[in-house]
Design a protein around this ligand. Structure first.
Ligand SMILES: [Cu+2]
Length: 140
């Protein structure tokens, strides 16, 4: 009968102490983090972006290289202006098979432009100079 209340009374201060200890630890951690700048500039800004992708063509751009469209399938919003970069020496075109858009002849090393249709859908296109060259424009 007498030992039980004693244990309860003992456990209360220890719980409070433990809570206080946690609070103090939390403050120390918080202060330590806050006073970190003395150690040097934030590392997040200096992190070298090793994963930076430079090989992916810019958005809304079709690159023609080695008689192929890159990417072979491009998705854009309706009415988007798409830059066409001809990296070959031969002339190429980006011509929708339904003629909804046509870049006209883009000489080697030159750039052209097409405007995506305003109606969502899948638009296959070819190069009229080399009809075996095929690409797909997806408007959505
Ligand atoms: Cu071509």
């Amino acid at each position: 009968m007498l030992t039980q209340p004693t244990t309860i009374v003992r456990s209360r201060p220890s719980t409070i102490l433990f809570t206080m200890l946690l609070a103090v630890l939390g403050l120390v951690v918080a202060c330590g983090t806050a006073s970190n700048p003395s150690g040097g500039p934030a590392t997040s800004g200096n992190t070298p972006g090793g994963a930076v992708v430079t090989t992916t063509p810019a958005a809304n751009t079709i690159v023609i290289k080695n008689f192929a469209y890159v990417p072979p399938s491009l998705t854009v919003a309706p009415g988007t202006k798409i830059t066409v970069i001809n990296e070959d020496k031969a002339p190429h075109t980006v011509t929708a098979t339904d003629h909804s858009f046509d870049s006209g002849t883009i000489e080697g090393g030159q750039r052209g432009e097409v405007t995506a249709p305003t109606t969502p859908g899948t638009y296959p296109y070819i190069c009229t100079v080399h009809p075996y060259m095929k690409g797909t424009l997806i408007v959505q």
